[in-house]
Structure formats: C-alpha cells, structure tokens
Design a binder for this molecule. Structure first.
Ligand SMILES: Cc1cc2ncn([C@H]3O[C@H](COP(=O)(O)O)[C@@H](O)[C@H]3O)c2cc1C
Ligand SMILES: O=C(O)c1cccnc1
Length: 351
C-alpha cells in the first residue's frame, strides 16, 4: 500500500452518527453536559465506529518496543539493555502497565518492531524492522524503506486486532532513548526550540539534559529538517517505535477503531500520522497529559484535551490504560441511564 492510496481511502469519522450520539446524551436524565469530556469522547467514538450505540468489550494495548542508536550520545539514564528487560517483563506480564491493564481488563501485545535484542515471546520475524536505529548524531536513524516498513507493520497490526474482535486500541511503547527521538521530531513538526521541547525522560541530571538538547539541535541543523517533509524527519531522527505507533494510528482510522493515545511519545507518533493523513485526527482519543514538558503542545496541536492530569510520565501505554475505566463508566451512563421521560423529570440545563 502507498501513502497516496491510504490518503484516498481514509475518511473522517461519521458526522451523522456524531449527531445521533449527541441527541442521545441530551436525553440522558442528568444535567446536560455534566460528564464533560467523557461525553465528548464517547460521542467521538460513536462517529469512529459509525454506530451510535456500541460496546467496548475487547481492548488491546499494543506496545511497540524498539532501540535507539542515539543512546550512545549519553542522552538517557540507562542503557539499551533495559529495553529488552522490560519487553521480556511484558511477555511475563510483569511491568507496571501489565498490572494496571489487569485492573482495566486490557489485553497487552508487546511488539518487537526494532529492538537490538531478540526476546522470547516478543520477537516475531515479520515485525522486527531492524536491530535498532542508527545513531542519528552520526547518520540518519533509518532509511525511507525501513520507515515505511515500520509504519506498515503498525497498520497491519491494527487490522489484525480488528479481525480479532477488538473494539479499541491503546498505544504504548518501550524503547530507551525514545524521548530524545520524540523531542527531535516534535521540535520540527511544531517548529519550536528543542530547549522547550525536551525533558528528562526516564530520568537525567541537568548536564544530561543539556547534552540531549544539544544532540537534537545539532541533528535538526545537520539534516536541514526545518525544511524537510515529515517522512524525512521521521527517518532522520525518529525511531521504529514512533513509526510503528504512527502506523497503528493510521490503521485505527483505516479500520474504524478508536486509538487511545498514551503520553508524549504516542502523541508525537500520532502527530506524524496526522501530518501524513489529516483525517486520522478524528480517530484519536486522548488519555492523560504526560509530565514531559512538550506533551501539552503535542496534544494542543492534535486538538485534543486530556481526560486526566496525573503527572504521569511512565510510558508503556500506562496513561492510555488508566483512562479506560473512565471511558467505560461514561459509556455505561450513555447506554444504560434512563431518559428524562423515564425518570419523569423536566429537562434542565446547567450552565
Ligand atoms: C526501567 C524503565 C522502565 C520503563 N518503562 C517505560 N519507560 C519509558 O522510558 C523510556 C524513555 O525515556 P528515555 O528517553 O529517558 O530513555 C521509554 O522506554 C519509556 O517507555 C521506562 C524506562 C526505564 C528506565
Ligand atoms: O510521556 C511519555 O510517553 C514518557 C515520558 C517519559 C518517559 N517515557 C515516556
């Protein structure tokens, strides 16, 4: 499949269904609009699914695991071996997000889209793009072909999950160094200074943060990225995890499944998808706003307002998992609550 074919195929959410869904909310016997952003997102999901009454039963968190060559520049607190350790823990259901997902009833699919290590129960031949990216401080992270392969993998996985009967997708990632790649991509796409767009990720001291900002500034200049198209930006300073999640967002739009975004890295991947295919924006559901300093700029650019602010910055899809029970509660009221007529109350407005 080509980008042009996807641009042609992917259509916005169904506005007629959105209208029906809003009408349903108007009838629910409670103060109008009193479930706030939950109402909006339940309605947006109706438009995505093209049906006003729906259920969210099967939920899949796809965790894109990949390594980033730029870690060699000292931009992270830990080494690349941690990516494999956490990926393996995912396969044993032993990460923080696995435990949260258990509470929320979310199934987890870790995907080795580009780790330097092969990990039992995670690495599958047709999903690994390469053994990590190149160090973008020295050469472009990946080729255009590798980038497109990783994007296609994400699209394919979205299609597979749809086939398996999943109602909603959640984005997650694991890849030491991916706040560096995300800040680099976001600095260009949002046309902002790397100093504003870069944070400490999983933990860095002040010296490390300065180094991280410098590495990003340097690469943006070296590859002339301020003048580049989004695919060049992604291939030069991105990562396979970002590319795979970008594909997952595109796949959500292609197969009409809502995609709940996690934090900063997921947001950047989604922004890439929207740059490639603007209609994808309709299929993205916000979760939290990450503590990474640029996360709120990314959400603003996507036109999304976070459902919760928890100061979380764990990644792995944890934020997306955290809002699933909230969405389910909203959907329960939307689907099961009596109407004003049922409960014999005149409709009333709260301003
Ligand atoms: C033990 C551990 C578990 C994690 N789980 C998610 N991340 C998070 O931190 C990484 C990004 O931060 P940076 O760019 O600073 O490396 C990603 O792997 C992200 O998912 C982790 C990081 C660590 C160290
Ligand atoms: O917001 C995120 O996605 C994030 C922030 C810090 C570390 N890992 C992930």
């Amino acid at each position: 499949m080509t980008l042009e074919e996807l641009q042609e195929e992917i259509q916005p959410a169904d506005q007629d269904v959105v209208r029906l869904s809003k009408e349903r909310w108007m009838k629910v016997g409670k103060p109008l609009f009193s479930l706030g952003k939950l109402e909006q997102q339940i309605t947006r999901i109706a438009g995505i699914k093209r049906i006003a009454c729906y259920e969210i039963k099967k939920k899949a968190l796809v965790v894109m695991c990949a390594d980033n060559g730029v870690v060699a520049e000292g931009v992270t607190q830990t080494g690349q071996e941690v990516t494999a350790i956490v990926a393996e823990n995912f396969s044993r259901h032993e990460t923080s997000t696995c435990l949260m997902a258990e509470v929320a009833g979310v199934d987890i699919y870790p995907v080795d889209i580009g780790m330097i290590t092969d990990v039992k129960n995670v690495t599958r031949k047709n999903e690994k793009t390469a053994y990590g990216t190149k160090n973008f401080a020295k050469e472009p992270a990946m080729t255009r072909e590798q980038l497109w392969q990783a994007i296609e993998t994400g699209i394919r996985i979205a299609g597979e999950k749809k086939q398996e009967g999943y109602d909603i997708l959640l984005t997650g990632e694991m890849g030491i160094g991916n706040t560096t790649t995300s800040s680099a991509v976001a600095s260009v796409l949002l046309n902002r200074d790397p100093a504003v767009m870069t944070g400490k990720g999983a933990g860095l001291d002040d010296e490390g943060l300065k180094r991280k900002i410098h590495v990003i500034e340097d690469a943006i200049g070296r590859y002339n990225l301020r003048q580049a198209d989004v695919l060049t930006v992604m291939a030069s300073v991105g990562g396979y995890d970002i590319a795979g999640l970008c594909g997952l967002c595109i796949g959500g739009a292609r197969y009409h499944i809502p995609v709940v975004l996690d934090g900063f890295i997921s947001g950047v991947a989604a922004l890439c998808a929207v740059h490639l295919i603007p209609a994808v924006a309709d299929y993205l559901i916000p979760s939290h706003v990450s503590k990474e300093p640029a996360a709120h700029y990314v959400l603003d650019e996507l036109g999304l307002s976070p459902l919760v602010t928890c100061d979380m910055c764990l990644g792995e899809g944890s934020g997306a998992v955290a809002v699933i029970p909230l969405l389910e509660m909203g959907l329960k009221v939307y689907g099961d609550m009596g109407t004003f007529e049922d409960i014999k109350v005149e409709q009333y407005k709260v301003l």
